[in-house]
Design a protein around this ligand. Structure first.
Ligand SMILES: Nc1ncnc2c1ncn2[C@@H]1O[C@H](COP(=O)(O)OP(=O)(O)O)[C@@H](O)[C@H]1O
Ligand SMILES: [Mg+2]
Length: 225
């Protein structure tokens, strides 16, 4: 699903990622952990082609995106669902409209939108709140809207960059359980987190980065920092 070979990313003289190599197979649930400022989000940005590497190679689902053209980026983005700590919902749109908008902006046919939006809202358990606005939702519910929106193109890969960073422990558990469910229905999940309890509770593969380098990669890992 993801193959990264010898990736270095520099911002000016500053090396954010230093010769990173890793492979994530289809169907895996991988946690990427490490302290703040160690390059985790930079790696996410390279995978979704928001940034280009200074050196090395990135292959996503067999597609070498190392030197991807800007007009090809939207095609890549439809194959990768991404969620962030701050949800990034449109405040004046309802739950339904927030999710539908992700399809409308890609020119998807109205009939398909009518079918897909209820499907993904059901997966995330929000089919009873479709007319609510973001301000009427809890943090966990907002993140579930973001997850529904990330699933509209049926991506093979879901990247969650600190998805529980703004949530209390109950909402955190709810979101992690949902990510596990999404993984079980066949989506590869890359979870960026620095929540020790979350990562230890998963008992899945854990990749640890420190100062732009991978310092450990364990099959049933624990948070080592
Ligand atoms: N666009 C940028 N320009 C310059 N430096 C950046 C940029 N983006 C990130 N950095 C730096 O790269 C380092 C890694 O950042 P980031 O990948 O966001 O870390 P993390 O997600 O692990 O907290 C940080 O020191 C950050 O300041
Ligand atoms: Mg980050």
């Amino acid at each position: 699903m993801i193959t990264i070979k010898g990736i270095t990313k520099k911002y000016g003289n500053y090396t954010a990622l230093d010769d990173i190599s890793l492979h994530i197979a289809s169907g895996e649930f991988v946690s990427l952990v490490g302290q703040s400022g160690t390059g985790k989000t930079t790696l996410v940005k390279l995978i979704i082609a928001e940034e280009r590497p200074s050196k090395g190679e990135i292959i996503i689902g067999g597609w070498d995106i190392t030197a991807i053209k800007s007009y090809e980026v939207p095609y890549l983005r439809r194959q990768i669902g991404v969620i962030f700590q701050d949800f990034k919902l449109l405040p004046k749109k309802t739950v339904y409209e927030n999710v539908a908008f992700a399809l409308e902006s890609c020119g998807v046919a109205a009939a398909t939108i009518l079918k897909v939006v209820p499907q993904v809202l059901k997966i995330v358990g929000l089919d009873n709140k479709i007319d609510h606005y973001p301000w009427q939702l809890s943090g966990g519910e907002k993140q579930r809207v973001a997850i529904a929106r990330a699933l509209v193109h049926k991506p093979k890969l879901l990247i969650a960059d600190e998805p529980t960073g703004n949530l209390d422990s109950i909402n955190t558990k709810e979101i992690i359980d949902l990510l596990i469910k999404i993984n079980e229905i066949g989506t590869t999940v890359l979870l960026v987190s620095h929540n020790r309890d979350v990562v230890n509770g998963l008992r899945r593969r854990v990749i640890t980065v420190e100062e732009g380098k991978i310092i450990s990669d364990q099959v049933k890992g624990r948070y080592v920092l």
